[in-house]
Design a protein. Sequence first.
Length: 307
Amino acid sequence: MFPDHLTFEAFCQQFNSEQACAEALFEARWPDGFRCPTCRHPHFYLIQTRRLPLYECRSCRHQTSVIAGTIMEGSSTLLTRWFQAMFLISRPSGISASRLSQVIQVTYKTAWLIARKIRHALQQADEADPLTGVVRVDPISYGYTYYSEAQQPLLIGGSLDERDEPQQVKIKQPDPSHVNNALRWIEKPGVQAFVNDHTDGEAVTVSRGKLHPALNPIKWKVTAWLNFTFNGIGAKHLQVYLDEFCFRLNLKLRHAPVFSQLLHWCAATPTHTYKELTRSKPVLTVPWVVWGSKAKWKGKYLTLWNA
């Protein structure tokens, strides 16, 4: 139904109306048939007096729309534009909010909020899918290569097959309390938190040395993607972009369709408000470096987490 090889023009032609998008969203929300959100009754009355249809439960009379309980709930943006945004984010290169606003013809703020809500759904997908089997965990960093003081420490974990090839990958920021600011190093509690939160606890190997050869190319690919597509990402929102990258990568490794899975999670994830999506996070400070022929300590601090 949603072939990933479609061009954007062909996709827009296939989903060129609110009705076509609503039907696809209905299938994503209720793949086994309608179920009332209140009483789980399978039968409904269809009410078509609004822009989007309402489904009234024949048992308890509860009314719900196709976007209720999804990331699109409460949005006045057309479903065609939501679907176009989902398709563009499902592409291997992703898309920035500024470019998205131009393509789907909405304001930058609307494009940013749409993309951020989609990425929130992808984070829910990531949380529901821990690393399993033989897992390798390595410390890496994102930031300016030549100055370790300006880098964001990260952990990359991969489920490896019998040939030592990755089958699933996660890249996570540690809690600021788990980072040694002076050494730019993730301390043992941070590594253990990654293992506890993101793996099934079986056959996990943690390295403090050279990055595993199977994970090294992924580190450079995510860095190139963040820098090329977005001109770099500040630490405050970095995690959602890392999860987006891993979502697409993991489906590619499994030879699974990306758009249909993205639509499923957008349909299954309740909406978040702008305030919730932009709330403050703990602050991680690192020493400021004066750029030049030689770096010098100045005793000042740059707040990366809120960059």
